[in-house]
Design a protein around this ligand. Structure first.
Ligand SMILES: Nc1ncnc2c1ncn2[C@@H]1O[C@H](COP(=O)(O)OP(=O)(O)OP(=O)(O)O)[C@@H](O)[C@H]1O
Length: 300
């Protein structure tokens, strides 16, 4: 199942929090939803599940609006706020109440408890749960209806390394099962390890909609070192952009290292160094969102 977002706009008073946003979340992959704090990620997720009404535009899941889904829990599962569990209820009872209210078989409760590693604490009250356990309970609830679409809002926030590793693995597995998985984060490094596809927003607007592999490949530059003073001019003549790097190196863009090596060989120029510079995802993200950051200082 696919999430289709078209021209989605949400205003709160004078503030346009989501601004003419369009993108698609495909099944079978993890789509990372990235943006600095306040970019509008949570609001977009609320719009997807009908917790807020769009000012303009539309969101559909499998071609239908959320409110038109007969049993939403069997089509869309969402972890939007891990704190939203009644603290006095036992984990098992919380899930059972949800299952019964949605006409789901009782056995699903045991299945999702097992899948989220909560079997041993199923009889304990959620009020005494650590953040990591509440997070797992929220995920168990999202999985209850075996939905084809899953939304997770900042699921790794506040988790320890083991919890983070577990969530990453779960997201990958859920996508591997053919589900559409949309997961928000304000950390590019986190998404780089989990997502196949990235949707980046800033100030409610779409900044990038790209495969992770595309972003990593990006526009790299090549570091060149040579004792031959005329080589920079040769590079420029060949169509490259050249600037001076540290310690008398040249930073070349617009040509691959192979092309630069061939040019040097052709002119009999000895190279002391020829190193492609990898663009890190973090750098790519900063470049993408630079213009859309509200508070540059806070992010830097
Ligand atoms: N119900 C509301 N009424 C008024 N303004 C709101 C409401 N909900 C969100 N906002 C504003 O919308 C903007 C976007 O918030 P949102 O929570 O969607 O961003 P976010 O990208 O999820 O950020 P974060 O990573 O900090 O959670 C913020 O400026 C927020 O103050």
């Amino acid at each position: 199942m696919t999430i289709e977002i078209r021209g989605l706009t949400k205003r709160y008073g004078p503030d346009t929090v989501v601004d003419d946003l369009s993108f698609t979340v495909e099944p079978g992959q993890v789509t990372g939803f990235l943006g600095p704090n306040g970019a509008g990620k949570s609001t977009t997720m609320k719009l997807i599940v009908g917790l807020a009404a769009p000012t303009r535009g539309s969101v559909t899941v499998g071609g239908r609006r959320y409110r038109d889904l007969p049993v939403p829990l069997t089509e869309v599962g969402a972890l939007l706020d891990a704190g939203a569990v009644h603290g006095g209820r036992k984990a098992y009872d919380h899930l059972l109440a949800l299952a019964v209210a949605n006409g789901l078989p009782r056995r699903r409760v045991g299945e999702v408890l097992a899948r989220t590693g909560l079997e041993s604490v199923a009889g304990k009250r959620a009020g005494g749960f650590s953040l990591g356990m509440r997070q797992r309970l929220g995920i168990a609830a999202a999985l209850l209806g075996d939905p084809g679409v899953l939304l997770f809002d900042e699921p790794v926030n506040g988790l320890d390394p083991e919890g983070i590793r577990w969530i990453r693995g779960l997201l990958r597995t859920l996508a591997g099962e053919g589900r559409a998985v949309l997961v928000s984060s304000h950390l590019m490094s986190e998404m780089a390890q989990t997502a196949d596809h990235l949707v980046v927003i800033g100030r409610g607007r779409l900044v990038a909609d790209t495969a992770v592999s595309e972003l990593v490949r990006g526009e790299g530059s090549v570091l060149v070192r040579t004792p031959e003073p005329g080589f920079a001019r040769l590079l420029v003549t060949a169509g490259a952009a050249v600037r001076e790097g540290v310690e008398a190196s040249l930073v070349v863009s617009g040509m691959t290292s192979t092309e630069i090596g061939q040019l040097a060989a052709h002119h009999g120029v000895a190279l002391a160094e020829l190193t492609p510079q990898r663009v890190s995802l973090e750098d790519a993200f900063m470049a993408l969102t630079e213009d859309s950051l509200d508070y540059q200082g806070a992010v830097a």
